[in-house]
Each structure stands twice: as structure tokens, then as C-alpha cells.
Design a protein around this ligand. Structure first.
Ligand SMILES: Cc1cc2nc3c(=O)[nH]c(=O)nc-3n(C[C@H](O)[C@H](O)[C@H](O)COP(=O)(O)OP(=O)(O)OC[C@H]3O[C@@H](n4cnc5c(N)ncnc54)[C@H](O)[C@@H]3O)c2cc1C
Length: 429
């Protein structure tokens, strides 16, 4: 027998939690599921009810966790959606076991991931994503006294550097590829949203001993067996910076695999939605980073709009529109301010690995004329990450369209793929 819900919400970050909570409060039978071990998504990763208050955004986490717990919503964790075998049905996998889940309505809140760009040495141990390193520290990695360079692009650099500095890492430099003029105009636009400005200033104050340089980027990471130093440039001068870790990510990209699999229309990297967060596929809404990289508050407001709308409370959903407009403007300012400079396309050398799952070099990809050809001829994007890392890099480096998706959207056990899940009841997680 297959479990069925009025509403299934995929992704238990801020957007998914808000959506599931308001819909369950309105009386719907709701299931919220996530592939992590606990709700929270990226920004609330590793937060616990007893310690959350000590972190930035901890109060918002406690507020929503308390509401979610009271809302009579079924929450499944460590459950990864890998396919939609037929309309109204999702296939999941947990610990190699498959299970299916039926839904009347679906809200996708699958968030975003960091974009990585290849440069010589980027695969050395000790080179990590900025958000990735921050996440590992939240989960218990000890950064005390480590010399850390934070580089790449986006507001996550400052947030990650502040988090690392608070955990006693020694931040030796923060290098942002965006130009000062772009950031200054972004800052001016933030004057209308003082909370965001205060948040940014707060992060900077925590890292005040470390230089923050704009128009600067890492061109190379070097070391024997692991990173020991990086070369940084501002386009005119180059200098070496010793470090134990390099935390490097180039802003965020939305996790579009599931919306794509369902057939949602996607424009310029985000799912198209209407004023009630409904996608172009009937019964499927999308919220949070999927509709524009805009952070916590945007995800929570969109989640509430989608949740209210799913429960038939359109007026309540529409009442949030003015607040959302402001947050959407912030998202588009972010995209503009942290647009990638063309010099980054020249970082990878012929032998630099672009697809690390299948060990494909830049030179091998240069021989290809499209993402499809690259996949067929080099196996680029065919490994464990399914192109989640190299696909975004190839898009930027070669201008290829890398939007094809097919199930399973995550590597899965053969039994799950064979459809045995249909015969089993969905497990309670
Ligand atoms: C690595 C990283 C670190 C970040 N750190 C910060 C920070 O410190 N400060 C800040 O302001 N912003 C940070 N952000 C931005 C942050 O993502 C947003 O502000 C906010 O969390 C967006 O909420 P969301 O609900 O849209 O998605 P998310 O919070 O990303 O939640 C999406 C959830 O969906 C799950 N999921 C995805 N696909 C599936 C699937 N197929 N099946 C089941 N579950 C799935 C994910 O694992 C995740 O738990 C970070 C982003 C990243 C990528």
C-alpha cells in the first residue's frame, strides 16, 4: 500500500518548513521530507533546539521548528526523492531501500548548491566550498588555528568567513571576484533593507582582522599532497598566500533537477512561478532558492505563500505579496552584483580536471561542441554527482546548455530503480 498525502513538500529548509507548517496548520494532511538527518536545510544545518539561540538566524529556526512540531505534519528525514514514476507519485530512497509516496499537491523547496569553477589545484585536499567548509564546521569539524583563505563570489563568503572566525579559524584573506563598483551599488540598494545591511556589516566585523579584497580571485592552489598555499590575483598583480584550507565557491545555483524532471518551465536558471508560487505544471509549486537566490527570508515568505495557496487560503497568501516583492528585488540585485567576470573562464589549464567524478580534463572538453557530445565522448557529468558540479562549470566555461535530466536524479540502488518500491509500504522515518 502506498501512503498518500494531500500535500508533499520536498526539502526541509526554511522554505519547505514554512510551506509544510502553514498547510498543516490549515488542516491539510502534509508530509515534509528531506534527504538530511534533520530539518533545517542549508542555513539551519546542524541547529538543535537547545543550542540554536547562539547562532545567527537561530531564533527564526526555533520559531519555525516549534510551529512545525505543533502542526501535526508528518516529517520524514534521510529520504531522498529520486524520481516521479507517474503523475501524483514520488519515488524515494533511504539507506538503499525504495519507497513510493502519493500526493495531491506538491511543493518543491530543494534549495541551492555552490557553484565551483576549476583552476589548477582545485581538487587538492583542503580545497573546499565556502558553504561546504562552513557546513562541515557546523557538523563538528574543528577549524581552530587553521589558516583559511575564503574566495570566490557571493554573500556566502562573508557569512562563511564569519562563522569560521567565530569557531577560531584564522581567516587570512577574503577574495571576492566582483568589482568594487558592483558591490557599492549593491550596498546602496540595501539601504532600503537595513536588516540585510546590518547582517553583512555584522559578518564583516567578525572578520575585521582579515583583508577583504574585491576584484580578486585565486588562480592556483599548490601543495604536496594537500593545499599549502594559493596564488591570488587582482588582474594586475599576483601574490602567494600560505593557508591550510581554501574555502572557495562562486555564488549559488538552484537545485533544478526535480523541477526539471517534473516538467516545470525554467527561465534563466530559476523556476517560473506565479504570484501563488505555482509552477507551469498543475499541482506543483516551487519556493525558496529554486525561484531566485535570495536567502532565508525570501524562502520563508514564499513557503508561506505556497502553503496557504495549497490549502485554499488565497487571500492570506496574497497578503504577503508586498513583502515578497522587496525580497525578490534583493534576489535580482544579488545576481547582478555577483555576476561572474569573464577572466574566470581562463583559469583552467589544459590538464586541469573539470569533471572530477570521471576525471575529465579541460583539454578533453575543449574538443567537444556541446554538453551532450562531452557526455558521450568523455563521460563528463556521468559520475556520482551526475553533473551537479561540472555541469555548472561547463555552462560557464563553454556556454553549453546542460539542462537535460533523467531519473534517477541521484545515484540509487538497482532494486529501487527496478520498481520494487511499489510493492512496499512507505517507511516512517
Ligand atoms: C552550502 C550552503 C551554505 C549556506 N550558508 C548560508 C549562511 O550561512 N547564511 C545564509 O544567509 N545563507 C546561506 N546559504 C543560503 C541558503 O541556502 C538560503 O538562505 C536558504 O537556506 C534557502 O532555503 P531553501 O528552503 O530554499 O533551501 P535549503 O535551505 O537549501 O533547503 C533545501 C533542502 O532540500 C533538500 N533536498 C534537495 N533535493 C532533495 C531531494 N531530491 N530529496 C530530498 N531532499 C532534497 C536539501 O538537502 C536541503 O535540506 C547557504 C547555501 C548553501 C548552498
Amino acid at each position: 500500500m502506498i501512503d498518500r498525502f494531500d500535500l508533499v513538500v520536498v526539502g526541509a529548509g526554511p522554505g519547505g518548513i514554512a510551506a509544510a507548517t502553514v498547510a498543516a496548520e490549515a488542516g491539510m494532511r502534509v508530509c515534509l521530507l528531506d534527504n538530511n538527518a534533520a530539518p533545517g536545510g542549508q542555513i539551519w544545518r546542524g541547529f538543535r533546539a537547545d543550542t540554536a539561540r547562539q547562532y545567527p538566524h537561530g531564533r527564526a529556526f526555533l520559531y519555525w521548528l516549534t510551529r512545525l512540531r505543533k502542526a501535526n505534519c508528518v516529517v520524514w528525514h534521510s529520504a531522498q526523492v529520486i524520481d516521479r514514476p507517474r503523475p501524483g507519485l514520488l519515488r524515494m530512497e533511504r539507506s538503499g531501500e525504495g519507497c513510493d509516496l502519493g500526493f495531491e499537491q506538491l511543493i518543491l523547496a530543494t534549495g541551492a548548491r555552490e557553484r565551483f569553477l576549476p583552476f589548477p589545484g582545485w581538487t587538492l585536499p583542503g580545497v573546499m566550498g565556502a558553504g561546504g567548509l562552513q557546513a562541515m564546521v557546523k557538523m563538528g569539524l574543528d577549524p581552530r588555528n587553521k589558516l583559511v583563505v575564503v574566495a570566490g563570489s557571493g554573500p556566502l563568503l562573508l557569512a562563511a568567513a564569519a562563522g569560521l572566525a567565530s569557531a577560531d579559524a584564522r581567516i587570512v584573506g577574503i577574495y571576492e571576484q566582483a568589482r568594487l563598483a558592483q558591490l557599492a551599488s549593491f550596498g546602496l540598494r540595501l539601504l532600503g533593507q537595513p536588516a540585510k545591511l546590518i547582517e553583512g556589516v555584522g559578518y564583516r566585523l567578525k572578520t575585521v582582522g582579515a583583508p577583504y579584497r574585491t576584484s580578486s580571485w585565486v588562480t592556483r592552489a599548490e601543495g604536496r599532497g594537500r593545499v599549502e598555499s594559493v596564488t591570488v590575483t587582482d588582474g594586475r598583480n599576483e601574490w602567494k598566500q600560505p593557508c591550510d584550507w581554501l574555502a572557495c565557491g562562486f555564488h549559488l545555483i538552484a537545485n533544478l533537477e526535480l523541477p526539471r524532471l517534473l516538467g516545470c518551465r525554467i527561465t534563466r536558471g530559476y523556476v517560473e512561478v506565479d504570484a501563488l508560487q505555482k509552477s507551469t505544471v498543475p499541482g506543483v509549486a516551487c519556493v525558496g532558492e529554486l525561484t531566485g537566490i535570495g536567502g532565508l527570508e525570501k524562502a520563508v515568505v514564499e513557503g508561506q505563500i505556497a502553503g496557504w495557496a495549497a490549502a485554499g487560503h488565497e487571500a492570506k497568501a496574497r497578503a504577503l505579496a508586498p513583502r515578497l516583492k522587496k525580497l525578490q528585488r534583493f534576489a535580482s540585485h544579488l545576481d547582478h552584483a555577483f555576476a561572474l567576470r569573464s577572466e574566470l573562464r581562463a583559469l583552467a589549464e589544459a590538464e586541469t580536471t573539470v569533471c572530477r567524478c570521471e576525471d575529465v580534463s579541460h583539454a578533453a572538453l575543449k574538443e567537444c561542441s556541446s554538453w551532450r557530445e562531452a557526455k558521450l565522448h568523455t563521460r563528463c557529468g556521468m559520475g556520482a554527482c551526475q553533473g551537479r558540479v561540472c555541469g555548472a562549470a561547463a555552462e560557464f566555461l563553454f556556454g553549453w546548455e546542460t539542462s537535460s535530466v533523467r531519473p534517477p536524479i541521484f545515484p540509487s540502488a538497482a532494486a529501487t530503480l527496478a520498481g520494487e518500491a511499489n510493492a512496499k509500504p512507505a517507511m516512517r522515518c
